[in-house]
Design a protein around this ligand. Sequence first.
Ligand code: ARG
Length: 473
Amino acid sequence: MAAKKAKPGPAGKTLGSKKSWQGRLTADADAATAEFVSSLDVDRAMWKYDIIGSIMHAQMLSEVGILTKRELATIRRGLMSIADDIGADKLDMPVELEDIHMVIEKALIVRPGAAGAKLHTGRSRNDQVALDLRMWARDAAYDLVQGIVELQRALVGLAERQGEIVMPAYTHLQRAQPILAGHAVLAYVEMLQRDADRLADARRRINVCPLGSGAVAGTSLPLDRNRSAKLLGFDSVARNSIDATSDRDFLAELCFACATLAVHLSRWAEDWVIYSSTEFGFIELHDAYCTSSSMMPQKKNPDTLELIRGKAATAIAQLVGMLTLLKGLPLAYNRDLQDDKRFALAAVRPMMQSLAVAAGIAGTARFRAEHIAETLDAGYLDATALAEYLVGKGVPFRQAHHIVGSLVARAAAAGKPLAKLPLDELRAASDLIGPDVYKHLGAANVVKRYAPQGAAGPKQLRRQLNFWRKKLA
Ligand code: ARG
């Protein structure tokens, strides 16, 4: 787009002109510059926080005697009617006003009552923007946790419905050991729990009130910062005005939590993309979460999973962007910080969408038990269990590992699973092997024997399901 060529104009004297707000400056920016310095396109999304923050700031100002009750009432009424207008998409937001904070304050000043011009007492946009961001981030962390819980519930539901199906576990994407399907599903529930915990932990550092820090040094006016913090639901008041107005590590943490969540979701999505392929055929996705091809009529593509997997790129990019924005900034507020919102919003929004779609996918997918069973004999999933059988007979594990290795080679040459080798052939490798060995071979038999905590058998699955049912209730 070509830059707009409007020339800088002389400052107007009315409130319609930006420069009436701008202290010593005497010229308005040209249109392209006005658009460049504006953050309205992103921070308009934070209008509710700005209104609430302003109402509570005014409340505190009146309680300490800086505003009269009457002035407070006018300001509150004005801000409420502005909220109505914004809600109805009726408030004009000229880009020249720079940001949502100026838009709302200007709208208040031109409303009847004449107290609007007192609202900004003891406040700067620097602490105001930090306040709005913290209130937004606090809600975002809460919403993300709710989204995570919904997905966890859907996954636990699947583990309850079909968790007892025996399937292969993979390492290096090669068949490793048999497991219950529920165990694999609940592995993701664990990861998601840490993501939720990380958000809850980040919220503790988010929920500190910067209001009253002013532009950088605080103010000489007798503000009651504890009162503002309490009115706005903060746990504490920021100790240092310079730090409070200029750091955004709380947003970086939020971005990190989103990036880690996105990475977990991408791993889950990748697993299920693989599982839903013809080659694996482990999972059937509901048609509602798949798309076909414009050319190949037979196609059922797991696009939603692929998009969830792809969102990790966006999430990681926002974290890198946020940290890069903060790197090397001198104290205190610098205008660079205006772009923090772009990263934070772009980190949170796609995660909210991913979580909602993922919950739908997990809630409607089903494991293809018959198909999984058909190939369960392939890949010698029971080899480790056979070595452990020998350990039970007194053979040192290293030796047992070697014996079973030779048996697997023999079985593979004959094109058979271990359970199909006759006893004398098994005994040729170790005469400690007895007829009871067949109760230890075969994926289903192996899985039943996984008893210790954290193992992939039925006892631990029940235990995990009990835990999650209670936790997510
Ligand atoms: N729009 C700015 C932001 O979002 C607020 C302006 C703050 N202060 C300033 N001195 N220009 O960060």
